[in-house]
Each structure stands twice: as structure tokens, then as C-alpha cells.
Design a protein around this ligand. Structure first.
Ligand SMILES: Cc1ncc(COP(=O)(O)O)c(C=O)c1O
Length: 407
């Protein structure tokens, strides 16, 4: 007898990505690392398939005391962590918004608390038609579902019209709306909204929010792997132009930005238009945290606090991350160039851990690649390749194999 199913818990027997990754690992064990391309993993690996852990972050970890590991943290995070998050997230951007920070176990926790507080059960949460599968699980667990707009126009530009039309329709239907916007270096396409794209987002949300409040959750999981860290924060200036009926929230995560995936450290940050909305955010975020995971990992918070307490460490993190970011961008560009050489285009790609090839039968393409020892993830609209987890050489090999199959 199975019991949870009685409650509508019809959960797939295995996670698709973990299953493919498992087969890739089995093949590596049998044939060796060089014979296999495992482009399924959402973590930055070196050219030999080993997890990259930033040495500068390890310096901050080595400073931890027993109490930093063992003691409870306050629900919203230790004060030095909250100050560090503001520095890590905003860089040199000075905001005149009402900012509040609430610790979360990675971006996942921030997404969860946004959905639970700013939408109602049964609501549709808007995101683009290419999206991270985690969103479906997070919103589904809370009795909400995903509705999508088309991310790209036919000529590969940001589809501002689809964004605005879909948002307006959903506000009309629901009287409110939560939007998840994963930028820069979007998972799974690698697209980053330009300042011009942002102008259109701001214009449409300022208009549509007259019909009902809009919460714009910027999922900034990959913000430090897009390119120049200052340049890629220029969108914050645009966020400031949103009117008082739009609440911008940012999901900050140390998982990728500091290679701290397992320490479950992140924060939900509000850029509220009024002090009253900021205070309400603080109460809601803390209450939801209390009822979900209580407080977050103190050690991870202290790592961030330690880094930002030392100019030397901040500088070391920046230098080290720049090196890995350049490596990652070089891989992405090599993949794109090799594909183009064969006359095939990937989706509009800027930077980040992933890129995709649009195709009507992604399962068939992924399966054919797997026969050649190349492991990718089939999504609804195409095949996802993690350039974060394979060497430049393997990026080229993968691009050529894909081109042969789709041409
Ligand atoms: C787009 C996106 N958002 C959020 C997350 C959440 O990651 P974490 O909870 O580790 O911060 C991920 C992780 O892969 C992601 O790809």
C-alpha cells in the first residue's frame, strides 16, 4: 500500500537530472573521465571534472570557531551577515529604497518565502518559457503553478511584448502577480536582460500594477558569473524606477557566487518603495522562515561576514572569481563558436553556467548524444548543456556532436 498518493502526492520516482547524472557517473567509472562528457551538473567544475572551491572562501571558512558552527543564528541572520549581503549584492550601487535582508537556505528558500507571502494558493506564478525546473517544484509544494511568457522573439531578442501581455492577463485574472525573473546569466539559456530590456520591463510593470500589486522576484543566483561585476549590476538603477505598486525582491545566493553550494546560505532582500512595505516584508519573511526551516546555517553566514570584514579577503575573492568567470565565459563562447561554425545556433546566450539548443524533440537528441558518451539534459523546448561542468575542449566536442544531430 502507498499512502501519500491518497493526498495527491503523485511524485515522480526519480529526478530526471539526477538520473542522467547517475548514468554519466557510471560511464565515467567504466570508461574513464576523458571518454565521457557530463554536461548535466549545475556547479562549476575544473577541466578534470573536479568541483571548484574558491581558496579565498576557504580562508574565511578556516577562520570559523566551534561556536560559529554550533550556535543558532537569529531567524533573519546575524547582523554582520545582513550587512555583508548588501555589499555582495549591490556592489557599488547606492539604493535609496527601503532595504531589508532575511537569511534563507540559498536562493531556493528565498523563492519559497516570496511565493508563500506574495501570492495566494491556486495562483499562477509567471516566469519565462525557458526556466529552471526547481521553480515548478517550489511553487507546486505551495499549491501554486507556473505560467510562462515567451522569453525570445523570433529574431532572438527579449520578448517584452509577451512579458507585458502575459503579466497583464494574469493580473486581470488574479488581482495580483508574482514574477520570477532570473537574470543575469539565466538558467538554462545564459541570457542576461540588457538595460533596454529592463526599460521595457519597468514600463510595462508600472502600467500593469495599476490593476493589482506585482512582486518582481529577481533570481540573481548567477550574478557574479555573468561578466564585469559592476556592469552587470547596472539593472539596479532600473529597479529604482519601479513605482510603489511593484515590490522588487532579490534572491541572493552564496551557492554559485562563493562556491558555497552545500552551506545553504543566501538571503531574500527587499528593495521596498516605502518603509511600511519593508517592515511588512521583514515580518512576513521572518515568520515564513520560522515555519519552514527556522534559522539558517550560522557558519555560512559567518563566512560571508568574515569575507566582508577584510578588504584583503574581498579583493582576493574578486580576483579569484574573475579568473573562474573568465574560464566559464571562454567555455560558453567556445561552445557557441563551434556550433556556429557548423551552421547551428544556440539560444541567445550571454554568459553563465548553461546554454541550450532549441529543438522539437529534445529527448531524442539527448538520447543520441548519450550513446556517444555526452550527457545533457532534455528540457521542454530544447537540450541544456552545462558549460560550467566541462572543459573548453569538451564544449567544442559537444557542440560538434549536437550540430551533426540537428542539421
Ligand atoms: C536559476 C536558479 N535559481 C535558484 C537556484 C537555487 O540554488 P540555491 O538554493 O543553491 O541557492 C538555482 C540552483 O541551481 C538556480 O539554477
Amino acid at each position: 500500500m502507498i499512502i501519500a498518493q491518497e493526498n495527491g502526492r503523485t511524485i515522480p520516482k526519480e529526478d530526471k537530472i539526477f538520473a542522467i547524472n547517475g548514468r554519466a557517473k557510471a560511464m565515467i567509472a567504466e570508461k574513464g573521465q576523458d571518454a565521457v562528457v557530463n554536461a548535466t551538473i549545475g556547479a562549476l567544475l575544473d577541466d578534470n571534472g573536479k568541483l571548484i572551491v574558491m581558496e579565498s572562501v576557504m580562508d574565511a571558512i578556516r577562520m570559523l570557531t566551534p561556536a560559529d558552527y554550533a550556535e543558532y543564528a537569529p531567524i533573519s541572520g546575524i547582523p554582520a551577515f545582513k550587512e555583508a549581503v548588501k555589499k555582495a549584492l549591490f556592489g557599488s550601487h547606492q539604493t535609496d529604497r527601503f532595504v531589508e535582508v532575511c537569511a534563507s537556505p540559498g536562493g531556493t528558500g528565498s523563492l519559497r518565502n516570496t511565493i508563500s507571502n506574495y501570492s495566494q494558493p491556486g495562483d499562477k506564478i509567471m516566469t519565462s518559457d525557458w526556466f529552471w525546473a526547481g521553480y515548478t517544484t517550489i511553487v507546486g509544494e505551495l499549491g501554486r503553478s507556473i505560467a510562462t511568457y515567451e522569453l525570445f522573439t523570433k529574431d532572438g531578442a527579449f520578448n517584452a511584448e509577451s512579458f507585458a501581455e502575459t503579466a497583464e492577463k494574469l493580473v486581470d485574472e488574479q488581482g495580483r502577480l508574482v514574477i520570477i525573473l532570473n537574470t543575469p546569466a539565466h538558467n538554462p539559456t545564459g541570457y542576461s536582460l540588457t538595460d533596454e530590456d529592463w526599460d521595457k520591463v519597468v514600463e510595462s510593470l508600472n502600467r500593469i500594477s495599476a490593476k493589482g500589486p506585482v512582486t518582481l522576484l529577481i533570481d540573481a543566483a548567477y550574478i557574479d558569473f555573468a561578466g564585469d561585476e559592476e556592469e552587470y549590476r547596472s539593472f539596479f538603477k532600473k529597479v529604482e524606477l519601479l513605482n510603489e505598486h511593484v515590490l522588487p525582491l532579490v534572491a541572493y545566493s552564496a551557492s554559485k557566487t562563493l562556491t558555497l553550494y552545500g552551506m545553504r546560505t543566501g538571503a531574500l532582500v527587499c528593495m521596498a518603495p516605502t518603509a511600511e512595505i519593508a517592515e511588512e516584508f521583514r515580518r512576513c519573511a521572518e515568520y515564513s522562515s520560522r515555519g519552514s526551516w527556522s534559522n539558517c546555517v550560522r557558519a555560512g553566514q559567518t563566512v560571508l561576514a568574515n569575507i566582508y570584514a577584510s578588504d584583503e579577503l574581498v579583493e582576493k575573492v574578486a580576483r579569484e572569481r574573475e579568473y573562474f568567470r573568465n574560464m566559464l565565459i571562454a567555455r560558453g563562447k567556445a561552445f557557441e563558436a563551434a556550433l556556429r561554425e557548423e551552421g547551428v545556433e544556440n539560444v541567445p546566450f550571454d554568459a553563465g553556467f548553461f546554454t541550450c539548443i532549441e529543438h522539437e524533440d529534445p529527448n531524442a537528441i539527448s538520447a543520441a548524444l548519450e550513446e556517444q558518451g555526452i550527457f545533457t539534459v532534455p528540457l521542454a523546448k530544447g537540450v541544456r548543456v552545462s558549460v560550467a561542468s566541462i572543459s573548453e575542449e569538451k564544449c567544442v566536442k559537444t557542440a560538434k556532436a549536437i550540430a551533426k544531430l540537428v542539421k
